[in-house]
Design a protein around this ligand. Structure first.
Ligand code: SAM
Length: 279
């Protein structure tokens, strides 16, 4: 019997957000794979859990993953956590999970905190869809240019870059878009502020702590750009009839516009007949 790989979400600041199921999985695991063993030991100690820990982080993900896979093959249960929130969300873990699936090892997620979803739930944008962008590259202009205008967007950002990122958002999306800055979520100095993008640089400058801590930026939806003008079936048919017989013109006009071929054919015959009479 192979072991089970538990993917365990941990708090993003407030230790009380560890779920009973998460604590049970950590308590029951033969091995807890952590991004930083010191950080996770703090969480384990706070809940009185004595578990064996091992490091799996961005720099050793493959080698550490291979060892964990071997443990799973031998029947040991492994709990995977990251420093905060949900593993494999802007955090390591996906490679191990992929390998586990490949080997038919049972993968059990234990859901819990995630900074993006926490910020979205407190942002108040009544939209059915959003795009989780995560961290932008150091030079973000190209990545921002490629993003759709209408979709709400969720970004992660580090304190030393948050002002530059807000400036880049302002340049790309303009002053009228709504922005929610969610800072230090679930922690003592949590701040969630909603404003126009135009006002965001001043908000960040307004206090000595405003650019400290951890940030999620939630950009509200924009106006959908007008799509290409709809193709009028009658107009398309008329153009095609100038050089094609009625049946061929109707077939192509139906393919181009999506209008029913039969109706277009009837119209094409009628137009051809009236054209013949006029001659
Ligand atoms: N796996 C995590 C999750 O599920 O949200 C994300 C890890 S990612 C390396 C760390 C980033 O998440 C931070 O730079 C920040 O953008 C965001 N983040 C994490 N905790 C946060 C918090 N308490 N408040 C605001 N943002 C937070």
């Amino acid at each position: 019997m192979t072991g089970t790989l538990y993917i365990v979400a941990t708090p993003i600041g407030n230790l009380a957000d560890a779920s009973p199921r998460a604590l049970e999985a950590l308590r029951g695991a033969d091995l807890v794979a952590c991004e930083d063993t010191r950080t996770t030991r703090g969480l384990l100690a706070a809940h009185g859990i004595a578990a064996k820990t091992t490091a799996l982080h961005a720099h050793n993900e493959r080698a550490a993953g291979d060892k964990l896979l071997q443990a799973l093959r031998e029947g040991r249960n492994v709990a995977l956590v990251s420093d905060a929130g949900t593993p494999a969300v802007s955090d390591p873990g996906a490679l191990l999970v992929e390998a586990a699936h490949r080997e038919g090892i049972c993968v059990v997620p234990i859901p819990g905190a995630n900074a993006a979803i926490t910020a979205w739930s407190a942002a108040g944008f009544a939209a059915d869809r959003f795009l989780y962008v995560g961290f932008l590259p150091a030079k973000p202009a190209k990545a921002l240019a490629a993003l759709e205008d209408a979709l709400p967007l969720i970004f992660y950002e580090a304190p030393h870059r948050v002002a530059a990122t807000v400036a880049a958002l302002l340049a790309r999306f303009g002053p009228e878009r709504e922005l929610v800055i969610a800072r230090e979520l679930t922690k003592k100095f949590e701040e969630i502020a909603r404003m126009k993008l135009a006002d965001a640089p001043a908000w960040l400058e307004a206090g000595p702590h405003r650019q400290q801590g951890e940030f999620v930026l939630v950009l509200g939806p924009g106006e959908a750009k007008e799509g290409a003008p709809a193709l009028e079936p009658g107009k398309v048919l008329g153009i095609l009839l100038e050089s094609l017989p009625a049946s061929e013109a109707a077939k192509l006009a139906a393919r181009i516009t999506g209008a029913p071929r039969n109706a277009l054919y009837k119209e094409a015959l009628a137009r051809s007949a009236s054209g013949a009479k006029e001659k």
